[in-house]
Design a protein. Sequence first.
Length: 255
Amino acid sequence: MVLEVRMKMPRIGTRKIYYLLQEQLNELSIGRDKLFRILKANHLLIKPSKSYHITTDSHHRFRKHKNKVSSLSIERPDQVWVSDITYVGTRQNPSYLALVTDAYSKKIVGFNLSNSLNVEGLLNALEMAIKNKPKNTLPLIHHSDRGLQYCSNDYQKLLETNNIETSMTEKYDPYENAVAERVNGILKQEFGISKTLKNIELKKRLIKQSIEIYNQERPHLSNHMLTPNQMHKQSEIKMKTYKSKIPCIDIDARN
């Protein structure tokens, strides 16, 4: 049963597997702790892997904006979007994934894969998010790091045209953009989107499918085990926040 779930979500953690299979596991008298022991005995626990690749250049002439979300209470979808770009390629075949994620629901609302760090990829991801956004007049803040692409005239113009406020990290602490960092990690660690696929069109298809599964099927711990899509359709549930680094044995402890 676990392997069947991992056909779609290859490195999903044990807590979420237990949540998804709870009815079948109850029939077998298997609780969460016993499931952990079974997976450990069969070498099926997932250990988080770390990778690091610099994608942010904050040494530039463009204006850097203040952090407007550090003390903000996020209470609904489409109140704050967080954006980031992450490396998903190899030296021979570099590629970069730009993501726009709703901070409340953790739903990926816009994305784009390209083979360069040019601003076009980030603009395409933002345009997708704007296209999918409900037509309302509620205020929306876009939060990102202070990278050249996000500060560029073209990117800031697109935000301004759509009445979206700009917020940026002010320090080099990843927890200033924790939601974006978490979602990057989930896609890389659980879905294996950094696979060494040489064909970028094939990688685009893999990423598109992974994001659809992530949004529609993957329960999210910070969403009280709702999927991002389910969380995004309501605004009654209080979101959980990321405040400190928590050591973990299984990848589930973070996400």
